[in-house]
Design a protein. Structure first.
Length: 158
């Protein structure tokens, strides 16, 4: 069960040189680092990669989700876009029908308050927000980090 995973430092899961990038729209990306969001919901499976992921916030936020945040948070916080804003461990990915199912396959509950029914749950642990967001160009899926971007991320994790 993914929620029982013992937290471990990002660098120890797999080498940070293997870092992949996961695009997560704001404000969901911010919530991974500042609001305890431990599940990223996806319609499609993400593949077999497990290990450190840089969280990239694409240029276009989820405007409806932003509007649902308390206005005090919207005023006081910066929701960086077009940048890598932090690093976390991707430790598991499973279908919603699995995470809360009993032995007969009946869905009982979700693995996290952030998990949505009918979606793939990407389980994220050990989030570390970067002090300075690193500008990047987004891509789809889990993409590999080029050496320049990797260096700018790693120098903030040292
Ligand atoms: Zn789940």
């Amino acid at each position: 069960m993914s929620t029982a995973t013992t937290p471990s430092p990002v660098r120890q899961l797999t080498p940070l040189s293997e870092l992949r990038v996961l695009s997560v729209k704001q404000p969901w990306a911010w919530q991974i680092f500042h609001d305890g969001k431990d599940i990223e919901n996806r319609l499609l499976p993400i593949g077999n990669y497990r290990g450190p992921v840089a969280i990239f916030a694409p240029a276009h936020p989820d405007v409806a989700a932003l509007r649902q945040l308390p206005s005090s948070i919207r005023r006081e916080r910066r929701f960086e876009v077009g940048a890598v804003i932090g690093v976390a461990n991707l430790v598991d990915s499973h279908d919603a029908s699995w995470c809360g199912a009993d032995e007969y396959g009946n869905a009982l509950r979700m693995c996290s308050p952030w998990a949505l029914r009918g979606q793939q749950h990407l389980v994220l642990t050990d989030p570390i927000a970067l002090r300075e967001p690193v500008e990047a160009r987004g891509r789809r899926g889990l993409w590999r980090v080029g050496p320049g971007l990797l260096g700018r991320i790693l120098e903030q994790l040292g």
